[in-house]
Design a protein around this ligand. Structure first.
Ligand SMILES: Cc1cc2nc3c(=O)[nH]c(=O)nc-3n(C[C@H](O)[C@H](O)[C@H](O)COP(=O)(O)OP(=O)(O)OC[C@H]3O[C@@H](n4cnc5c(N)ncnc54)[C@H](O)[C@@H]3O)c2cc1C
Ligand code: SF4
Length: 561
């Protein structure tokens, strides 16, 4: 019998493991995918010509196995083993409502491929549902989470600049990454022409300097290669494998079992407690059970809903912890699609060194102090680069003398501005279990129904108009632009399928991420989120995970579980 079972080893599961084991609990982590060993299983140190087919993935393989995953900007030959095979793990969507689901099922989950943008949410965000009545009011506010943001940022290491913006609170950041000359010029012009708007360096979980907490785990400084999604042999970006799992292992309290697909959670109706999980061995398809005093679901938003809905019993005929009928509902993502790319005049004698591994931020400015004819907001990312030069990959220019020659002649400066819009909670956007289709291990596949609403589309249109206006005001010529709201899921910020709330009749989790229905069941991945805000969400999953783990230990010790 373990003190706790954690399902999933990605960003949120890694944090739960670190916190629980450091408090002395014996923890079992179950991960459905294969083991990935930090450094040994990364291909970041290889040159393109050292990869099979010089880094090209055969088209028939892409069509057969990676029809969805290959659309992701970060998918490539060096990290193909970090992405699921769509052929093995299908999901269904209704006709006319596509959903793009990017997944990494292996030890470390998507912490290996994530973009590492790490932004705090603000009071504005936690108060939004309560204020305009869309979705459940959050049972917490910024003040509840602020110390936990401090806690996770200090350990993970987040670089950034202090800006004093209420809508994007500051932390104790590592030194910021710089703006290049064109970005600095753009910033000056935006701030002069659009009061309330600013351009700030990324807040990103890459070590621009190494503090003792990170050094103790063997993590080194960032080399600005921007191939983080291939894994980083320096351990310079935060992932479960570089940071939380080594810390948890150092305690001697962590057991990890990979290739262990959690099928369902076991519930004892006499005590109204979960007692463990049923598992299918991914290699042999044999069934096992494991017992624990509490269970943390950290399988990520859609799989967590799948597990809960698959955990049916007489006590919970619609799925575990689902007396509210909210499990699977309110699926959200940030809606992309607002994009403007421009040619920036001048600066031909200016260059930059290295590849900054994230874009700059134009923090939310709409509906902060005033009210537009739409609700909530959007934030924008921006970067300027010389065309012909590589910005995020080691493959695009090829190899040899011709490639070297090309690099000596950088093209004109280009600038990109892209937006992500907040998506309102909508109970009809939901994950259910497919009535008849099963995956190769016998699990019902997720059926995902999700589409942007009117307000979401208005936000995308506003972000598009603003992006173009800003480029023009800075003197850039817009050469390419977006075409309306993007497909849900494509921003890779799925949230909401077991959301937190005050009222057990309308929400699944309480203010400690504890199921209203079953006190020893905790959920701290994206499914816990009651709204999306405009910020990338994973830092908030980390803070919620650390906070919930801390409270779970207190409850366990006090005999309250
Ligand atoms: C290319 C890319 C860029 C991104 N950029 C950013 C960014 O800049 N900022 C940001 O905030 N977020 C970003 N994200 C999103 C971020 O990766 C996710 O929000 C985050 O990883 C979610 O953490 P998680 O713990 O919920 O799930 P994951 O990290 O996805 O981990 C879930 C784990 O659970 C396992 N699992 C699933 N089902 C089961 C089961 N039945 N049994 C056992 N184990 C199971 C999976 O195999 C996986 O290892 C990005 C993602 C990608 C792919
Ligand atoms: S940019 Fe930094 S974190 Fe990313 S792969 Fe290079 S050294 Fe590692």
């Amino acid at each position: 019998m373990f003190d706790a079972i954690i399902v999933g080893s990605g960003i949120s599961g890694g944090w739960v493991a670190k916190e629980l084991t450091e408090k002395g609990l014996k923890v079992l982590m179950l991960e459905r995918g294969p083991n990935i060993e930090h450094i040994k299983d990364y291909k970041d140190a290889l040159m393109p010509w050292e990869l099979p087919d010089e880094g090209r993935i055969p088209e028939d393989e892409i069509a057969r196995d990676y029809a969805v995953q290959s659309r992701n900007y970060a998918f490539n030959a060096a990290n193909k083993h970090f992405w699921v095979k769509d052929s093995e793990l299908p999901y269904s969507t209704p006709a006319g409502k596509p959903f793009t689901w990017y997944r990494g099922f292996h030890l470390g989950g998507r912490s290996l491929m994530w973009g590492r943008m790490s932004l705090r949410w603000s009071e504005l965000d936690f108060a939004a549902n309560g204020k305009d009545g869309h979705g459940s009011d959050w049972p917490i506010r910024y003040a509840d989470l602020a110390p936990w943001y401090d806690h996770v940022e200090a350990f993970a290491g987040v670089s950034g600049s202090k800006e004093g913006l209420a809508q994007l609170p500051d932390g104790d950041f590592l030194k910021p990454m710089g703006l290049n000359d064109v970005e600095a010029d753009f910033k000056k012009k935006i701030e002069a022409n659009f009061p309330g708007r600013t351009v700030i360096p990324p807040r990103v979980a890459n070590l621009t300097e190494v503090r003792p907490q990170q050094e103790a785990l063997g993590r080194g400084p960032c080399q600005f290669r921007s191939i983080c999604h291939d894994g980083c042999s320096y351990g310079a970006y935060f992932s479960s494998l570089s940071a939380t799992l080594p810390a948890a292992r150092n305690t001697g309290n962590l057991t990890v079992i990979t290739d262990a697909i959690v099928h369902s959670v076991i519930h004892d109706p006499k005590t109204n407690r979960v007692t463990g999980v049923r598992v299918i061995d991914a290699r042999t398809s044999k069934a096992h059970t494991y017992q624990g005093k509490m269970v943390f679901l950290n399988a990520s938003t859609i799989p967590t809903a799948q597990i809960l809905l698959n955990s049916r019993s007489a006590a919970f005929p619609n799925g575990l912890a689902n007396s509210s009928d909210m499990v699977g509902r309110n699926l959200m993502d940030h809606i992309g699609g607002a994009v403007a790319i421009g040619m920036y005049p001048g600066f031909e004698d200016r260059y930059y060194r290295g590849r900054r591994p994230q874009a700059n931020i134009i923090p939310r400015y709409r509906n902060v102090d005033t009210q537009e004819d739409y609700l909530r907001g959007f934030s924008l990312g921006t970067m300027a680069f010389r065309s012909n030069w590589q910005i995020g990959s080691k493959f695009p220019i090829g190899v040899g003398a011709a490639a070297k020659d090309k690099l000596r002649k950088p093209g004109p400066w280009m600038i990109f501005v892209g937006g992500t819009a907040e998506m309102l909670p909508n109970r009809d956007n939901r994950v259910t279990l497919h009535a008849s289709r099963r995956d190769k291990w016998g699990m019902p596949i997720p059926h995902i129904e999700c589409e942007p609403g009117d307000n979401d589309r208005k936000l995308v249109a506003a972000a598009q108009a603003d992006a173009e206006a800003m480029l023009k005001a800075a003197g850039a010529m817009v050469v390419n632009k977006g075409n309306g709201a993007g497909t849900p899921g494509a921003t890779i910020h799925e949230m909401g399928t077991a959301h937190m709330g005050i009222d057990p009749r309308t929400s699944v989790l309480n203010k400690y991420n504890q199921a209203h229905d079953v006190p020893n069941l905790f959920i701290t991945d994206g499914s816990a989120m009651a709204s999306t805000a405009t910020q990338n969400p994973s830092l908030t999953y980390m803070a919620l995970s650390a906070r919930a783990a801390h409270h779970a230990v207190e409850f366990l010790k006090a005999g309250k579980l």
